[in-house]
Design a protein around this ligand. Structure first.
Ligand SMILES: [Zn+2]
Length: 292
């Protein structure tokens, strides 16, 4: 799933290629992906893309004041195409293609564009056409952006104070902090040497400062690694930069202990016992519930 660093990089990649180009048309192949109907998606035709930005994990194309907002969800991706002029018309119901955005041809006659794809059977990719990005409920509800200057230690202190949820869940909650998902919450907690099950409100001032440092550093490093990469190379880069996430059974880069996995919410999390939980493996609640 693309998270803040990948979406940030996608936005930069698209800014270079798409800004200044007119939209020829938007083909919605997977009809359930389109979440709005007024203004219609056809209203984008003929408008010029004037900006590409990110809100949390949402991509936002400003098209002369009308916004095409995209959430790639768990299995969605964006594929840039240098020339769509020879592309076959899209037929609904076949394959992972959900949306195709065709841009006006350049002076060489190449008509670039991009395609949104979604793998798997759970279709969660979402596309909105709105006059203001805040009309998208998920955007309106976003918490502070961890790369913004206003995301200070005090801002994090205000977030965790009185919050009795486990820190892993809190970091992933888009309404609390925008842009961090399953992968980077594992990475942040490993960098902060903190148990994912720790209750947020129990953090000391020193631990909050450590967590803040881990959030900002982890995300900045990931953004730096992804900078300048083509959309198609981002997934591999994300994978190669991870220290604990999806590395169950491999040695921890910091201490050499074996990275472990435990179920959490609707998926699983990975952590290093020596770095994060005093050497003790976390109990798998789902498993222990089954055994009772
Ligand atoms: Zn370790």
């Amino acid at each position: 799933m693309p998270e803040l660093p990948e979406v940030e990089s996608l936005a930069a990649f698209l800014r270079e290629r798409a800004v200044g180009r007119a939209v020829l048309g938007v083909d919605v192949v997977a009809i359930q992906a389109l979440k709005t109907f007024d203004p219609p998606v056809t209203a984008l035709g003929g408008l010029t893309i004037t900006g590409v930005s990110r809100h949390g994990k949402f991509l936002d194309f400003d098209c002369d004041g009308l916004h095409l907002v995209i959430h790639l969800a768990r299995a969605g991706w964006l594929r840039w195409r240098d020339d769509l002029s020879g592309a076959k018309p899209v037929r609904p119901g076949k394959g992972p293609l959900a949306v195709r955005v065709r841009l006006a041809p350049d002076e060489l006659g190449l008509a670039p564009g991009f395609e949104l794809t979604e793998a798997g059977t759970q279709k969660r990719l979402a596309v909105y056409v709105v006059k203001n990005p805040d009309e998208v409920p998920g955007v309106a509800a976003l918490g502070p952006d961890p790369l913004a200057d206003t995301f200070t230690i005090d801002a994090l202190k205000a977030i965790v104070g009185g919050n009795r949820t486990q820190i892993k869940g809190l970091l992933r909650d888009q309404k609390v902090i925008a842009g961090i998902g399953n992968a980077y919450s594992d990475e942040v907690l490993h960098a902060a040497r903190m148990s994912p099950f720790k209750i947020a409100s129990s953090l000391t001032d020193a631990q909050i400062a450590d967590l803040h440092e881990a959030i900002v550093t982890t995300l900045h490093e990931a953004v730096e690694r992804a900078r300048g990469l083509a959309a198609k190379d981002l997934k591999a880069e994300k994978k190669s930069g991870l220290r604990v996430h999806n590395r169950t059974g491999r040695p921890c880069d910091v201490c050499g202990d074996t990275i472990r996995e435990v179920s959490f919410a609707d998926s699983s999390l990975q952590y290093c016992p020596t770095c994060q939980t005093g050497g003790k493996p976390l109990a798998d609640r789902r498993l222990s519930k089954l055994l009772k």
